[in-house]
Design a protein around this ligand. Sequence first.
Ligand code: NAP
Ligand code: ZN
Ligand code: ZN
Length: 352
Amino acid sequence: MRSKGYAATKAKDRLAPYSFERREPREHDVVIDIKYCGICHSDIHQTRDEWSDYQEESIFPMVPGHEIAGVVTAVGGKVTKHKVGDKVGVGCYVDSCRTCAECQRGLEQYCSVLTVWTYNGRDQEGAPTCGGYSDRIVVDENYVLRMPNDLPLDACAPLLCAGITLYSPLRHWKAGPGKRVAILGLGGLGHVGVKLAHALGAEVTALSQSLKKQADGKRLGADHFYATSDPATFTKLAGSLDLIISTVSAQVDWNQYLSLLRVDGTMVVVGLPEKDIPIAAFSLTARRRSLAGSQIGGIGETQEMLDFCSQNGVACDIEVVPIQKVNEAYERVLKSDVRYRFVIDMASLAKD
Ligand code: NAP
Ligand code: ZN
Ligand code: ZN
Protein backbone atom coordinates (compact mmCIF):
# COMPACT_ATOMS: atom_id res chain seq x y z
CA MET A 1 0.00 0.00 0.00
CA ARG A 2 1.18 3.47 -0.95
CA SER A 3 2.48 5.60 1.90
CA LYS A 4 3.98 9.05 2.12
CA GLY A 5 6.31 10.56 4.63
CA TYR A 6 9.63 12.35 5.06
CA ALA A 7 13.01 10.72 4.50
CA ALA A 8 16.72 11.42 4.46
CA THR A 9 17.99 10.15 1.11
CA LYS A 10 21.56 9.85 2.36
CA ALA A 11 23.47 10.38 5.62
CA LYS A 12 23.30 13.97 6.93
CA ASP A 13 20.81 15.03 4.21
CA ARG A 14 17.89 17.25 5.13
CA LEU A 15 14.64 15.29 5.40
CA ALA A 16 12.29 15.80 2.45
CA PRO A 17 8.94 14.42 1.20
CA TYR A 18 9.15 10.78 0.13
CA SER A 19 6.67 8.18 -1.21
CA PHE A 20 7.08 4.44 -0.65
CA GLU A 21 5.25 1.12 -0.37
CA ARG A 22 4.11 -0.59 2.82
CA ARG A 23 3.15 -4.27 2.83
CA GLU A 24 -0.50 -5.22 2.35
CA PRO A 25 -1.93 -6.17 5.76
CA ARG A 26 -1.66 -9.86 6.64
CA GLU A 27 -4.11 -11.72 8.86
CA HIS A 28 -2.39 -10.63 12.12
CA ASP A 29 -1.63 -7.07 10.96
CA VAL A 30 -3.07 -3.78 12.14
CA VAL A 31 -3.17 -0.74 9.84
CA ILE A 32 -2.58 2.49 11.77
CA ASP A 33 -3.38 6.01 10.64
CA ILE A 34 -0.46 7.92 12.25
CA LYS A 35 -1.62 11.06 14.06
CA TYR A 36 1.59 12.01 15.90
CA CYS A 37 5.22 10.98 15.96
CA GLY A 38 7.82 12.15 18.47
CA ILE A 39 11.29 13.28 17.41
CA CYS A 40 13.84 11.20 19.34
CA HIS A 41 17.53 12.11 19.39
CA SER A 42 18.11 8.59 18.00
CA ASP A 43 16.38 9.76 14.79
CA ILE A 44 19.09 12.40 14.47
CA HIS A 45 21.95 10.02 15.29
CA GLN A 46 20.68 7.55 12.69
CA THR A 47 19.82 9.92 9.83
CA ARG A 48 23.36 11.28 10.29
CA ASP A 49 24.81 7.78 10.52
CA GLU A 50 26.54 8.58 13.83
CA TRP A 51 26.52 5.04 15.20
CA SER A 52 28.59 3.49 12.41
CA ASP A 53 31.33 2.47 14.90
CA TYR A 54 28.86 0.21 16.70
CA GLN A 55 26.28 -1.09 14.25
CA GLU A 56 25.69 -2.00 10.63
CA GLU A 57 25.60 0.79 8.13
CA SER A 58 22.39 2.79 8.08
CA ILE A 59 19.84 2.12 5.34
CA PHE A 60 18.86 5.02 3.05
CA PRO A 61 16.45 6.46 2.09
CA MET A 62 15.53 6.50 5.79
CA VAL A 63 12.06 7.39 7.09
CA PRO A 64 12.73 7.88 10.83
CA GLY A 65 10.27 7.86 13.73
CA HIS A 66 9.62 5.37 16.53
CA GLU A 67 7.30 7.25 18.86
CA ILE A 68 4.19 6.57 16.82
CA ALA A 69 0.67 7.28 18.06
CA GLY A 70 -2.40 6.82 15.90
CA VAL A 71 -5.76 5.19 15.30
CA VAL A 72 -6.51 1.75 13.88
CA THR A 73 -8.16 1.95 10.45
CA ALA A 74 -8.17 -1.75 9.45
CA VAL A 75 -7.29 -5.14 10.92
CA GLY A 76 -6.43 -8.52 9.41
CA GLY A 77 -8.88 -11.43 9.74
CA LYS A 78 -7.17 -13.03 12.77
CA VAL A 79 -6.50 -9.88 14.83
CA THR A 80 -7.96 -10.09 18.36
CA LYS A 81 -5.95 -7.51 20.33
CA HIS A 82 -7.01 -4.29 18.57
CA LYS A 83 -10.02 -3.04 16.63
CA VAL A 84 -10.83 -0.26 14.19
CA GLY A 85 -11.00 3.10 16.01
CA ASP A 86 -8.63 2.14 18.88
CA LYS A 87 -5.93 4.63 19.95
CA VAL A 88 -2.68 2.69 19.58
CA GLY A 89 1.07 3.14 19.60
CA VAL A 90 4.20 1.65 18.09
CA GLY A 91 7.66 2.06 19.60
CA CYS A 92 11.19 1.19 18.52
CA TYR A 93 10.55 -2.28 17.07
CA VAL A 94 7.81 -3.99 15.09
CA ASP A 95 8.76 -7.67 15.35
CA SER A 96 11.19 -10.17 16.88
CA CYS A 97 11.76 -13.93 16.60
CA ARG A 98 9.18 -14.67 19.37
CA THR A 99 10.82 -17.98 20.30
CA CYS A 100 14.30 -17.30 21.74
CA ALA A 101 14.87 -17.22 25.52
CA GLU A 102 14.76 -13.41 25.57
CA CYS A 103 11.51 -13.15 23.59
CA GLN A 104 9.99 -15.80 25.88
CA ARG A 105 10.90 -13.62 28.88
CA GLY A 106 9.28 -10.54 27.33
CA LEU A 107 12.64 -8.98 26.43
CA GLU A 108 11.93 -8.62 22.71
CA GLN A 109 14.29 -5.61 22.56
CA TYR A 110 17.16 -8.02 23.30
CA CYS A 111 15.99 -10.81 20.95
CA SER A 112 18.99 -13.03 20.24
CA VAL A 113 17.83 -13.73 16.66
CA LEU A 114 16.39 -10.50 15.22
CA THR A 115 14.68 -7.48 16.70
CA VAL A 116 13.07 -5.76 13.71
CA TRP A 117 13.62 -2.05 14.30
CA THR A 118 10.74 0.23 13.31
CA TYR A 119 13.04 2.00 10.85
CA ASN A 120 16.63 1.60 9.70
CA GLY A 121 16.10 -2.14 10.07
CA ARG A 122 15.06 -5.10 7.96
CA ASP A 123 11.96 -7.21 8.45
CA GLN A 124 11.87 -11.03 8.52
CA GLU A 125 11.94 -11.02 4.67
CA GLY A 126 14.91 -8.63 4.55
CA ALA A 127 12.93 -5.61 3.35
CA PRO A 128 13.97 -2.23 4.85
CA THR A 129 11.58 -0.85 7.45
CA CYS A 130 10.17 2.69 7.37
CA GLY A 131 9.22 4.61 10.51
CA GLY A 132 6.61 6.99 11.78
CA TYR A 133 7.34 10.27 9.97
CA SER A 134 4.63 9.06 7.60
CA ASP A 135 0.88 8.80 7.13
CA ARG A 136 0.31 5.14 8.07
CA ILE A 137 2.03 1.96 9.16
CA VAL A 138 1.26 -1.78 9.07
CA VAL A 139 2.35 -3.70 12.19
CA ASP A 140 1.71 -7.16 13.63
CA GLU A 141 -0.85 -6.87 16.46
CA ASN A 142 1.59 -8.30 19.03
CA TYR A 143 3.88 -5.29 18.63
CA VAL A 144 1.11 -2.67 18.87
CA LEU A 145 0.39 -0.98 22.23
CA ARG A 146 -2.84 0.41 23.73
CA MET A 147 -2.50 4.15 24.37
CA PRO A 148 -3.94 5.84 27.49
CA ASN A 149 -7.52 6.95 26.77
CA ASP A 150 -7.56 9.68 29.39
CA LEU A 151 -4.42 11.60 28.32
CA PRO A 152 -3.77 13.60 25.11
CA LEU A 153 -2.49 11.35 22.35
CA ASP A 154 0.20 13.81 21.17
CA ALA A 155 1.73 14.10 24.66
CA CYS A 156 1.77 10.31 25.03
CA ALA A 157 3.55 9.56 21.74
CA PRO A 158 7.06 10.07 23.25
CA LEU A 159 6.29 7.55 26.00
CA LEU A 160 6.81 4.87 23.33
CA CYS A 161 10.57 5.43 23.31
CA ALA A 162 11.55 8.11 25.85
CA GLY A 163 9.06 6.82 28.45
CA ILE A 164 9.91 3.13 28.29
CA THR A 165 13.67 3.80 28.03
CA LEU A 166 13.52 5.41 31.48
CA TYR A 167 10.77 3.28 33.03
CA SER A 168 12.56 -0.01 32.35
CA PRO A 169 15.83 0.79 34.20
CA LEU A 170 13.96 2.65 36.96
CA ARG A 171 11.98 -0.53 37.63
CA HIS A 172 14.87 -2.94 37.06
CA TRP A 173 17.13 -1.05 39.56
CA LYS A 174 14.18 -0.59 41.94
CA ALA A 175 13.72 3.17 42.03
CA GLY A 176 11.17 3.89 44.76
CA PRO A 177 10.74 5.27 48.28
CA GLY A 178 14.05 5.63 50.12
CA LYS A 179 16.12 5.56 46.91
CA ARG A 180 18.14 8.55 45.74
CA VAL A 181 17.85 8.66 41.98
CA ALA A 182 19.52 11.16 39.65
CA ILE A 183 18.55 11.81 36.07
CA LEU A 184 21.43 13.20 34.03
CA GLY A 185 20.39 15.35 31.06
CA LEU A 186 16.98 16.99 30.90
CA GLY A 187 15.95 16.42 27.31
CA GLY A 188 13.22 14.20 25.88
CA LEU A 189 14.28 11.11 27.84
CA GLY A 190 15.44 12.96 30.96
CA HIS A 191 12.31 15.04 31.54
CA VAL A 192 10.05 11.98 31.47
CA GLY A 193 12.61 10.16 33.63
CA VAL A 194 12.18 12.82 36.33
CA LYS A 195 8.39 12.47 36.13
CA LEU A 196 8.51 8.66 36.31
CA ALA A 197 11.09 8.48 39.13
CA HIS A 198 8.97 10.95 41.11
CA ALA A 199 5.77 8.97 40.43
CA LEU A 200 7.59 5.81 41.63
CA GLY A 201 8.31 7.57 44.94
CA ALA A 202 12.08 8.06 44.67
CA GLU A 203 13.98 11.14 45.88
CA VAL A 204 14.88 12.70 42.55
CA THR A 205 17.90 14.82 41.63
CA ALA A 206 18.03 16.45 38.20
CA LEU A 207 21.51 17.04 36.76
CA SER A 208 21.59 19.49 33.88
CA GLN A 209 24.40 21.43 32.21
CA SER A 210 23.16 24.74 33.66
CA LEU A 211 20.42 26.02 35.96
CA LYS A 212 18.30 27.22 32.99
CA LYS A 213 15.83 24.37 33.40
CA GLN A 214 15.72 24.52 37.22
CA ALA A 215 12.13 25.80 37.57
CA ASP A 216 10.96 23.19 35.07
CA GLY A 217 12.89 20.46 36.88
CA LYS A 218 11.07 21.18 40.13
CA ARG A 219 7.72 21.26 38.32
CA LEU A 220 8.47 17.90 36.68
CA GLY A 221 9.03 16.39 40.13
CA ALA A 222 12.74 16.85 40.96
CA ASP A 223 13.48 17.33 44.68
CA HIS A 224 16.95 18.71 43.89
CA PHE A 225 18.49 20.36 40.86
CA TYR A 226 22.20 20.87 40.12
CA ALA A 227 24.26 22.27 37.28
CA THR A 228 27.00 19.93 36.06
CA SER A 229 28.99 22.94 34.77
CA ASP A 230 29.54 23.91 38.44
CA PRO A 231 32.43 21.91 39.99
CA ALA A 232 30.83 22.37 43.45
CA THR A 233 28.02 19.98 42.34
CA PHE A 234 30.51 17.11 42.33
CA THR A 235 31.80 17.82 45.83
CA LYS A 236 28.31 18.34 47.26
CA LEU A 237 26.88 15.12 45.80
CA ALA A 238 29.99 12.90 46.09
CA GLY A 239 29.13 9.36 47.25
CA SER A 240 25.44 10.15 47.82
CA LEU A 241 23.31 8.58 45.09
CA ASP A 242 21.85 5.06 44.66
CA LEU A 243 21.07 5.26 40.97
CA ILE A 244 22.06 7.59 38.13
CA ILE A 245 20.50 7.29 34.69
CA SER A 246 22.55 9.05 32.03
CA THR A 247 20.47 10.23 29.08
CA VAL A 248 23.26 12.39 27.65
CA SER A 249 23.70 12.04 23.89
CA ALA A 250 27.27 13.40 23.88
CA GLN A 251 30.62 12.24 25.33
CA VAL A 252 30.84 13.30 28.98
CA ASP A 253 33.27 11.99 31.61
CA TRP A 254 31.39 9.05 33.16
CA ASN A 255 34.08 8.76 35.90
CA GLN A 256 32.91 12.09 37.31
CA TYR A 257 29.35 10.80 37.61
CA LEU A 258 30.37 7.42 39.02
CA SER A 259 32.01 9.35 41.88
CA LEU A 260 28.53 10.50 42.93
CA LEU A 261 27.37 6.95 43.70
CA ARG A 262 27.30 5.59 47.25
CA VAL A 263 28.29 1.97 48.08
CA ASP A 264 26.54 -0.48 45.70
CA GLY A 265 25.20 2.36 43.59
CA THR A 266 24.63 1.91 39.86
CA MET A 267 24.95 4.23 36.91
CA VAL A 268 22.82 3.15 33.98
CA VAL A 269 23.72 4.49 30.57
CA VAL A 270 20.83 4.97 28.15
CA GLY A 271 22.22 7.93 26.16
CA LEU A 272 24.23 6.76 23.15
CA PRO A 273 27.17 9.03 22.27
CA GLU A 274 28.95 8.63 18.97
CA LYS A 275 32.36 7.72 20.45
CA ASP A 276 33.85 5.62 23.27
CA ILE A 277 34.21 6.98 26.81
CA PRO A 278 37.15 5.68 28.94
CA ILE A 279 36.43 4.36 32.44
CA ALA A 280 38.98 4.06 35.27
CA ALA A 281 38.80 0.82 37.27
CA PHE A 282 39.10 2.94 40.44
CA SER A 283 35.80 4.67 39.58
CA LEU A 284 34.08 1.33 40.12
CA THR A 285 36.12 -0.42 42.82
CA ALA A 286 36.05 2.44 45.35
CA ARG A 287 32.49 1.82 46.51
CA ARG A 288 31.59 -1.47 44.78
CA ARG A 289 29.86 0.57 42.11
CA SER A 290 28.25 -0.75 38.93
CA LEU A 291 28.11 0.71 35.47
CA ALA A 292 25.25 -0.69 33.38
CA GLY A 293 23.28 -0.03 30.23
CA SER A 294 19.69 -0.44 29.19
CA GLN A 295 17.78 -0.37 25.92
CA ILE A 296 14.07 0.60 25.70
CA GLY A 297 11.86 -2.19 27.12
CA GLY A 298 9.81 -5.26 26.22
CA ILE A 299 6.30 -5.12 24.78
CA GLY A 300 4.66 -6.25 28.04
CA GLU A 301 6.70 -3.76 30.05
CA THR A 302 5.89 -0.97 27.57
CA GLN A 303 2.17 -1.67 28.05
CA GLU A 304 2.71 -1.70 31.85
CA MET A 305 4.45 1.71 31.53
CA LEU A 306 1.59 3.17 29.46
CA ASP A 307 -0.93 1.90 32.03
CA PHE A 308 1.22 3.33 34.87
CA CYS A 309 1.31 6.71 33.07
CA SER A 310 -2.45 6.58 32.59
CA GLN A 311 -3.01 5.88 36.31
CA ASN A 312 -0.52 8.52 37.45
CA GLY A 313 -1.33 11.22 34.89
CA VAL A 314 2.19 11.14 33.43
CA ALA A 315 2.55 12.45 29.86
CA CYS A 316 5.32 14.37 28.13
CA ASP A 317 5.89 18.12 27.84
CA ILE A 318 5.80 18.62 24.12
CA GLU A 319 6.08 21.18 21.35
CA VAL A 320 3.93 20.16 18.38
CA VAL A 321 5.41 20.98 14.97
CA PRO A 322 4.31 20.47 11.35
CA ILE A 323 6.46 17.98 9.44
CA GLN A 324 7.74 20.79 7.22
CA LYS A 325 9.68 22.05 10.30
CA VAL A 326 11.42 18.75 11.03
CA ASN A 327 14.90 19.89 9.94
CA GLU A 328 14.69 23.01 12.13
CA ALA A 329 13.47 20.85 15.00
CA TYR A 330 16.57 18.63 14.63
CA GLU A 331 18.83 21.69 14.89
CA ARG A 332 17.04 22.80 18.04
CA VAL A 333 17.33 19.34 19.65
CA LEU A 334 21.07 19.47 18.99
CA LYS A 335 21.23 22.77 20.90
CA SER A 336 19.21 21.30 23.82
CA ASP A 337 16.59 23.90 22.88
CA VAL A 338 13.40 21.89 23.24
CA ARG A 339 10.95 21.83 26.16
CA TYR A 340 11.01 18.84 26.18
CA ARG A 341 10.06 16.79 23.14
CA PHE A 342 9.09 17.75 19.60
CA VAL A 343 6.07 15.87 18.30
CA ILE A 344 5.12 16.01 14.62
CA ASP A 345 1.45 16.61 13.86
CA MET A 346 1.03 14.22 10.93
CA ALA A 347 -2.04 16.07 9.59
CA SER A 348 0.54 18.56 8.25
CA LEU A 349 1.71 15.96 5.69
CA ALA A 350 -1.37 16.80 3.59
CA LYS A 351 0.04 20.31 2.97
CA ASP A 352 2.89 19.02 0.76
P1 NAP B 1 17.79 15.08 23.89
O1 NAP B 1 16.38 15.49 23.96
O2 NAP B 1 18.71 15.78 22.97
O3 NAP B 1 18.37 15.12 25.39
C1 NAP B 1 19.72 14.90 25.70
C2 NAP B 1 20.10 15.82 26.87
O4 NAP B 1 21.45 15.55 27.19
C3 NAP B 1 20.04 17.30 26.54
O5 NAP B 1 18.78 17.85 26.72
C4 NAP B 1 21.05 17.88 27.53
O6 NAP B 1 20.41 18.03 28.79
C5 NAP B 1 22.06 16.74 27.66
N1 NAP B 1 23.25 17.03 26.82
C6 NAP B 1 23.29 17.19 25.47
N2 NAP B 1 24.53 17.46 25.06
C7 NAP B 1 25.31 17.47 26.17
C8 NAP B 1 26.69 17.72 26.41
N3 NAP B 1 27.55 17.98 25.40
N4 NAP B 1 27.13 17.65 27.68
C9 NAP B 1 26.28 17.39 28.69
N5 NAP B 1 24.96 17.17 28.53
C10 NAP B 1 24.49 17.22 27.29
O7 NAP B 1 17.90 13.54 23.48
P2 NAP B 1 16.95 12.30 23.86
O8 NAP B 1 15.99 12.09 22.75
O9 NAP B 1 16.47 12.46 25.25
O10 NAP B 1 18.00 11.10 23.75
C11 NAP B 1 19.14 11.07 24.60
C12 NAP B 1 20.08 9.97 24.19
O11 NAP B 1 19.51 8.71 24.46
C13 NAP B 1 20.43 9.94 22.70
O12 NAP B 1 21.79 9.59 22.57
C14 NAP B 1 19.54 8.84 22.16
O13 NAP B 1 20.03 8.26 20.98
C15 NAP B 1 19.57 7.88 23.32
N6 NAP B 1 18.46 6.93 23.38
C16 NAP B 1 18.72 5.70 23.89
C17 NAP B 1 17.71 4.80 24.06
C18 NAP B 1 17.99 3.46 24.66
O14 NAP B 1 17.17 2.56 24.54
N7 NAP B 1 19.10 3.27 25.35
C19 NAP B 1 16.41 5.12 23.67
C20 NAP B 1 16.17 6.39 23.17
C21 NAP B 1 17.20 7.29 23.02
P3 NAP B 1 20.59 19.38 29.68
O15 NAP B 1 20.14 20.51 28.79
O16 NAP B 1 19.70 19.16 30.83
O17 NAP B 1 22.02 19.46 30.06
ZN1 ZN C 1 14.05 6.84 20.53
ZN1 ZN D 1 13.78 -13.61 19.99
